[in-house]
Design a protein around this ligand. Structure first.
Ligand code: GAP
Length: 499
């Protein structure tokens, strides 16, 4: 993981946000290589969801939605983490993620959470966990912390309103808080914590505008925001991240079959682009893990350097969301199937609220996973200067690789740069992302492109100018062969398409 983080910075994939100011916790910037990799991941998802299927359409909704959306979805009331303070070491942590210890067990921990010091003993209470930092069971009660980022919309300054409401009054802490909440609520809007809700809210518009027949899906990718208490493992969990979600609407009773299909489909999608297919698995949620809206759920999990963890959730969301939005908005969100018989009345024509299967993926999390999967050290071999070294290489799937081909003039003279630039232009014209690179010795350039995952390097040398041939070098095998310049585009294309 450390090596991947350091490579990500060195080679321009991911930087800490606002690094020159000391960085901003859990915020990251995707550099020139990272933006390509992330976009390629997202484009591949869109291609498989929207372009290659007749039954799924796209949506790009606004990040800020009507605040009632979050009341209806339950996010305002229950999208929160149970936060706990440790009395011993003062760590603040999530109760649901803390190490489990059977209630009543007597445990030992060190005073103040230091390495050495007085040993203390205590009993684990009925919550059944201890502090993840020092192991103490001496903990404050759980407090709820809403994960949505709140801001205000409109030209009214909420601070002015609040100040006016509080000025000159002698209020208790509780009264001040209530006044604040009431005044804030008048203009409060939220940055979406998931992309999913827009697909429910726009269900009817989309279904009617395109005259879609059930089953059909709506797909959306974009930014989501969560004020996560625990941010961890680089871009695995961050406060601003990107999601790729699809809501698939089915007839009531067909949800099991659809869940079965989508869980396998999504597992296969990841494995198709990964080197080590054994590092993926499906895990069904236990009844106590299920979200309030779900009757079943599977996670696609990946074997990260710190163990198995979630990559994507595929939930059977029942008819919960459409029904809630119908209730809160007063607009019926139903579907009428004139071919079907209503099971209740036995009459032809059935109006129902569709059930939903939701494959919900993280684009930034998938980007990390593909970096981890691709990162490799090859067996030692001599470089161009004859030094035996371990080769660092990113074995990214060619469709995900930021550059598909690098064109390298051997030296910066004798017509080689001109010829190389001409070749790059040919690739550009055909929409293949190529990179012209003349900096440093050829061995160094090969290493650089191995490290950013460029599948092919084309080297233009003295013979190229004379006989119209170039050397093509393959990233994974380092195998080199001579091909005609006139055929270079077709050769690279064919090899890219064959995987
Ligand atoms: N609409 C359902 C939903 O949002 P989720 O399991 O909370 O479900 C779906 O999120 C996916 O989004 C996760 O599997 C993960 O890949 C990604 N994700 C969620 N929170 C994230 C965070 N704080 N940072 C990065 N990715 C996150």
């Amino acid at each position: 993981m450390k090596e991947v983080i350091s490579l990500a910075k060195q080679r321009g994939f991911v930087f800490q946000s606002s690094e020159i100011y000391g960085g901003l916790k859990s915020c990251y910037d995707y550099g020139p290589l990272g933006v390509e990799l992330k976009r390629n991941v997202m484009n591949e998802w869109w291609r498989s969801m929207v372009y290659e299927r007749e039954d799924i359409v796209g949506l790009d909704a606004s990040i800020i939605m009507h605040p009632r959306v979050w009341e209806a979805s339950g996010h305002l009331a229950s999208f929160s983490d149970p936060l706990v303070d440790c009395h011993n070491c003062k760590e603040r942590f999530r109760g649901d993620k803390a190490p489990r210890v059977a209630p009543g067990t007597e445990v030992e921990y060190v005073e103040g959470g230091k390495k050495k010091g007085k040993t203390l003993r205590g009993k684990v209470d009925e919550r059944g966990y201890v502090c993840p930092n020092c192991g103490s069971p001496d903990l404050a009660p759980e407090r709820s912390f809403n994960l949505m980022f709140r801001t205000s919309l409109g030209s009214v300054d909420p601070l002015q309103e609040i100040s006016a409401a509080l000025a000159g009054k002698s209020l208790s802490l509780e009264e001040v808080r209530r006044t604040l909440e009431e005044k804030m609520k008048e203009t409060a809007v939220y940055l979406r914590p998931e992309t999913a809700q827009a697909m429910f809210v726009q269900f009817l518009n989309i279904q009617q505008a395109l005259a879609l027949k059930i089953p059909f899906g709506i797909a959306q990718m974009g930014k989501s925001f969560r004020n996560e208490v625990t941010v961890e493992h680089f871009i695995f969990r961050s406060c601003e991240f990107e999601q790729m979600e699809m809501e698939y609407f089915v007839e009531p009773g067909k949800q099991k079959e659809a869940l079965e299909h989508w869980k396998n489909e999504r597992l296969r999608w990841y494995q198709r682009y990964a080197n080590d297919k054994s590092k993926f698995r499906l895990r069904q949620h236990g009844p106590d893990e299920l979200a309030h809206y779900a009757d079943d759920c599977y996670d696609v999990e990946y074997d990260y350097p710190w163990g198995w963890g979630e990559l994507e959730g595929i939930a059977s969301r029942t008819d919960y969301d459409l029904k809630k939005h119908a209730e809160f908005s007063g607009v019926p969100l139903t579907y009428f199937d004139q071919e079907k018989t209503d099971p209740a009345s036995g009459k032809k024509g059935w109006r129902y609220t569709p059930y939903v299967i939701e494959p919900a993926a993280g684009a930034t999390r998938a980007t990390l996973m593909f970096l981890l999967d691709a990162f490799a050290y090859d067996s030692p071999r001599p470089d161009a200067e004859g030094n035996v070294k371990l080769r660092r290489v990113l074995k990214l799937h060619p469709r995900l690789a930021p550059y598909k081909v690098a064109v390298l003039p051997l030296v910066k003279r004798d017509g080689m740069p001109e010829l190389a630039r001409e070749l790059v232009q040919q690739f550009f014209r055909e929409g293949v992302n190529a990179k012209y690179d003349e900096q440093h010795a050829i061995g160094k350039r090969y290493s650089r492109h191995d490290e950013v995952g460029t599948p092919y390097c084309l080297t233009v040398d003295g013979d190229s100018v004379k006989d119209g041939t170039v050397t093509i070098r393959e990233r994974d095998t380092t195998h080199q062969e001579r091909i005609k310049i006139a055929e270079a585009l077709a050769v690279v294309r064919k090899r890219l398409e064959s995987v």
